[in-house]
Design a protein. Structure first.
Length: 80
């Protein structure tokens, strides 16, 4: 099985150098140090999640198609 992972920097004090790893198809999120650490954490989380689902005889969702899109919000809207 193959799943897309969205990597995003953690912007919180004390977590410099850490990244979130989102697996949208499974609605799972984890984090790790550096991008590689985040991807490794995502790999481990998904493997554990799949094993748990299989142990309970549940269906494992597959990713059909993933697209990352962007939108822009006008600066005037963001200013108070």
């Amino acid at each position: 099985m193959r799943y897309s992972v969205l990597i995003e920097a953690v912007n919180e004090a004390g977590f410099e150098g850490y990244y979130y790893a989102h697996v949208p198809s499974l609605d799972l999120t984890t984090h790790g140090q550096g991008m590689e650490g985040a991807l490794q954490a995502a790999q481990e989380l998904v493997e554990a999640w799949v094993a748990e689902k299989q142990a309970h005889g549940e269906t494992i969702p597959t990713e059909r198609h993933s697209v990352i899109a962007h939108i822009e919000v006008a600066d005037a809207i963001l200013r108070p």
